[in-house]
Write a protein that binds this ligand. Structure first.
Ligand SMILES: [Zn+2]
Length: 266
């Protein structure tokens, strides 16, 4: 979350800033039940993240444990090493390169990939079978890193917790943004349940843009992202569309935006 410094040079502490964010969010919730408020400082989309990075990583760790008991994790060492090498090369170029990213291959026919908060990224053997080369694999992983960088799932978890706990959770998060105990367990449950839900159009566009940037910096061909989108669009009208169609809906709009991003960053 980025908040510009107040115009007057008076130093307001972190808590003051947080209080302001929370106050604004509460006012907006009271005003109309909207999860998003308008930031009076920037007048742009306002989606403050109150959960601190330490808690984000804890939520990710718990989610990872749940996934590991739910899915069959691939034991193919060569494949895991290849995916991890591509993933780490990309992650090193991301805006959140301080995180410790893990890239896990799930042994499943399901054609999917997803990201939990804190840098935990998953890709299925089902989608890997459809990807033709390292650039295409990098396209999928870079997009998922884009979700982590933009804290998309963390924001969704937070929205859901606000809806469920209201002011109580706000109070718990006030301070250093740390959550613990039952709240952390709850956040992790929500996190796991969100992984198979549809990402919003805006989130997809944001993650693609971040993905293109990361690919370019890491030396992968970002055009592969368009090939992957076309492949997914091609199968999206079929009888049994792959899971990734519902979690990361492909669209011509995304292809056009990726194309523009590539043209503009060359
Ligand atoms: Zn996505």
């Amino acid at each position: 979350m980025y908040l510009p410094e107040p115009v007057t040079k008076i130093r307001t502490g972190n808590n003051m800033k947080r209080f302001f964010i929370i106050f604004t969010v509460i006012m907006s919730i009271m005003a109309g039940g909207q999860a998003q408020a308008v930031d009076p400082l920037t007048s742009t989309e306002f989606d403050p993240v109150l959960i601190g990075e330490g808690s984000e990583i804890e939520i990710g760790k718990n989610t990872d444990q749940q996934l590991r008991s739910k899915y069959r994790i691939s034991t193919d060492q060569q494949l895991n090493q290849r995916i991890n090498a591509i993933g780490q090369r990309l992650a090193a170029q991301s805006e959140r390169k301080n995180l410790k990213y893990t890239f896990t291959v799930i042994n499943d026919e399901l054609v999917n990939a997803f990201a939990a908060p804190g840098g935990y990224i998953y890709i299925t053997t089902g989608i890997l079978q459809r990807l033709k080369n390292d650039d295409e694999i990098a396209s999928v992983l870079a997009h998922e890193i884009g979700h982590v960088v933009n804290k998309h799932s963390l924001k969704a978890i937070q929205r859901q917790m606000m809806a469920q706990f209201g002011l109580q959770i706000m109070g718990a998060m006030l301070g250093d943004g740390g959550i613990s105990g039952a709240l952390l367990v709850k956040a992790s449950e929500i996190s796991a349940s969100l992984l198979l839900l549809k990402n919003s159009r805006v989130n997809e566009l944001e993650s693609d843009a971040e993905g293109v940037e990361i690919m370019r910096l890491a030396g992968y061909n970002p055009r592969a992202m368009i090939d992957v989108q076309r492949m997914l669009l091609g199968v999206s009208g079929g009888k049994n569309p792959p899971a990734i169609i519902s979690t990361h809906p492909p669209s011509q709009e995304r292809i056009d935006a990726i194309q523009r991003k590539i043209d503009n960053t060359r």
